[in-house]
Design a protein around this ligand. Structure first.
Ligand code: SF4
Length: 482
C-alpha cells in the first residue's frame, strides 16, 4: 500500500469509528466536529507533505521494519542524520500549520520502545522486541497515526503509586490472564489522541520493586473496547464554532488534548511490550523524554517562525517596521528561535547508535533544548505582544464588521499604514493573539513548559548528565591539587 494522502488519512479515521465526550456530549462524527476538524487538518498536513514535490524527500524514508517506504513520522531513526531530518521535518510542519500537529509523541514513544525492548529481551530473554517490531511494521504499512500515552493522573504527588488512596490514579494491570492482561487507569494530556489509529502506553515514571503492576507498556487500537476519550478545552476554543474564520486566529489548523480512560481494557499478549520489569521503566521514560525534548527543537521553532512572520507583518501594517527598536526586537525573536533549532540539531548530531540498531539523541543536549523551550517561546511571545500593540487584547469581534452601525467605525478607526486592508490587519492580530493568549498558546506556551516533562525534570537530567565530577577532576589536574 502506498503512503496515504491527507484526504485518505481522514477517510481512514472516519472509518475507524471513534467516539468521544466533547463539551459534555457524546460525539460520533469526530472528524466532522468543528472543534476537532482543525486539529485533524493539522495531522492531515503531515500526510500531504509526503506527496508534495517540495517536501516528499524529507518526509519519506525506507524502513527496514516494513521493508518499504514509510512516512518519517513512523520511522525508527537509525543515525544522527535521520534525527536531524526529523527536526527539519518538524520545523517544516510547525511553520506550515502554526500549531501542534500531534504526530510526534507517538513517533518518539515508538522509538523509545523499539530500543528499550531490545535491551529487555537481551537481559531477560523476553520477546517484547519481536512483538513490538511486528506491531510497528503493521502501523508503518497501514500508514497510521499512533498516540504516545504516558502521563498518569498521579493523585497525591507526595505518594508512590501503591500509597495512593485510589490505586487507579496510576495506570495498572488489574488482572493477568493466560492470553493477556486487563488494565485500568487514565492518561492525561493526550495530544492528538482522537486523531490516532493506535495508542502506545508507557509507564509514567521510574518504578521500584513492589510496583510491578504499574510497570506496563503496550500497544492498542484506539477503538479497543473499554477505552474512553474526554476532549479537553482550550482557551477561546468556542470561537471555532462561530462560523467566520477571523476571530479564531488560525482559521485552518489547531491542536488537540484528550483525557483517555482505560476501563478494564484487555491487552492481548502480542501487544504487551513490558510487563512487570520495573528496573527498565526509568530507561524507557528517559528515552522517550529525550526523543520528545529534542523534537521540540523543531516543532516549536516552526510555530515560532509563524509568530515572527506575523509580528514582522503587523509591524509593517502599523507603519513601524523601520523603527530601530522594532527591528531589534524582531532580530531578538529570530535569535531565540534559531537557538532552539540549534539545540535540536545539536542533540541529533551527537546522537548515539543503540544496540537495537536505532539512534538516540544526546541526552544532555536534548534536555538543554527542552529547558530552553520552557523559556524562549514566552520571551518571543512577549516581544510579539510588545510589537503588535494593545489592540491585540481589545480588538472588536469580526461580527461587528457586518453591523451597519459598528462596521464603518471599525473600518475607519482601525485603518493603519496606507494600502493595508483593515480586515487583513485584524487577521494578523488574531493570529498573534491565538498564539500568545488564545487556543494556539496551549501548544506554543503551556505545552512548551509541561510537554515532555516540566522544567524540573530537565534540570534533574541536566544535573545527572553534565559530568560535574569530571569537570572538577579537570580543575584538580590543572591546579595540581591533591
Ligand atoms: Fe509534535 Fe510539537 Fe505537538 Fe509534541 S508539541 S506532538 S513535538 S508538534
Amino acid at each position: 500500500m502506498g503512503l496515504k494522502t491527507g484526504r485518505e488519512y481522514i477517510d481512514s479515521l472516519r472509518a475507524w469509528g471513534l467516539e468521544a465526550q466533547v463539551m459534555g456530549q457524546a460525539v460520533r462524527d469526530l472528524p466532522g466536529h468543528p472543534l476537532i476538524s482543525p486539529s485533524l487538518r493539522a495531522v492531515a498536513a503531515t500526510y500531504d507533505c509526503a506527496h508534495d514535490e517540495a517536501t516528499r524527500a524529507l518526509f519519506r524514508v525506507v524502513s527496514p521494519l516494513a521493508d518499504q517506504e514509510v512516512n518519517r513520522f513512523t520511522h525508527m531513526h537509525g543515525s544522527p542524520e535521520e534525527l536531524i531530518s526529523k527536526v527539519k521535518m518538524l520545523r517544516h510542519c510547525g511553520g506550515l500549520t502554526g500549531c501542534c500537529f500531534q504526530r510526534c509523541a507517538g513517533m518518539d514513544a515508538a522509538n523509545a520502545v523499539f530500543n528499550t525492548t531490545f535491551e529487555i529481551d537481551r537481559e531477560r530473554g523476553t520477546e517484547y522486541h519481536r512483538r513490538f517490531r511486528d506491531f510497528w511494521a503493521q502501523v508503518q504499512r497501514a500508514d497510521q497515526v499512533a498516540a504516545g500515552c504516558m502521563t498518569d493522573p498521579k493523585g497525591d504527588r507526595s505518594k508512590r503509586p501503591t500509597e495512593q488512596a485510589d490505586l487507579d490514579l496510576f495506570l495498572r494491570v488489574v488482572e493477568r490472564k493466560s492470553d493477556g492482561v486487563i488494565v485500568r487507569g487514565a492518561k492525561l494530556h493526550q495530544t492528538g489522541m482522537v486523531n490516532s489509529h493506535q495508542i502506545i502506553v508507557l509507564p509514567t515514571m521510574s518504578l521500584r520493586q513492589g510496583e510491578e503492576d504499574f510497570a506496563v507498556c503496550f500497544g492498542l487500537p484506539t477503538n479497543a473496547p473499554g477505552v474512553h476519550f474526554i476532549y479537553g478545552r482550550q482557551a477561546s476554543d468556542t470561537r471555532k464554532l462561530e462560523g467566520d474564520g477571523l476571530d479564531v486566529g488560525n482559521p485552518v489548523f489547531g491542536g488537540q488534548e484528550v483525557m483517555t480512560v482505560f476501563d478494564d481494557v484487555f491487552v492481548p499478549q502480542e501487544r504487551i511490550f513490558l510487563n512487570g520489569e520495573v528496573e527498565f521503566c526509568g530507561r524507557l521514560v528517559e528515552r522517550f523524554a529525550a526523543y520528545h525534548r529534542q523534537s521540540y527543537g523543531g516543532c516549536k521553532v516552526g510555530v515560532g517562525d509563524v509568530l515572527i512572520g506575523a509580528t514582522a507583518l503587523i509591524a509593517r501594517m502599523n507603519g513601524v517596521d523601520r523603527a530601530s527598536h522594532v527591528r531589534d526586537k524582531i532580530v531578538e525573536m529570530i535569535h531565540l528561535n534559531e537557538t532552539l533549532f540549534a539545540c535540536g540539531l545539536a542533540a541529533a548530531a551527537l546522537g548515539r547508535a543503540t544496540p537495537a540498531g536505532g539512534c538516540e539523541a544526546d541526552l544532555l543536549l536534548a534536555n538543554v533544548c527542552k529547558l530552553n523551550v520552557t523559556r524562549f517561546p514566552y520571551e518571543i511571545a512577549r516581544l510579539a505582544t510588545d510589537v503588535a500593540g494593545g489592540l491585540l487584547g481589545t480588538m472588536p469581534p469580526a461580527r461587528a464588521l457586518d453591523d451597519p452601525v459598528t462596521g464603518p467605525y471599525i473600518r475607519k478607526y482601525l485603518a493603519a499604514a496606507e494600502g493595508v486592508e483593515v480586515v487583513d490587519r485584524m487577521k494578523v492580530l488574531r493570529l498573534i493573539e491565538n498564539l500568545v493568549a488564545g487556543a494556539g498558546s496551549v501548544a506554543y506556551l503551556i505545552e512548551s513548559v509541561h510537554g515532555a516533562g516540566p522544567p524540573q525534570a530537565q534540570r534533574i537530567m541536566i544535573g545527572r548528565q553534565a559530568g560535574l565530577e569530571a569537570k572538577m577532576a579537570r580543575v584538580r589536574r590543572l591546579l595540581k591539587l591533591s
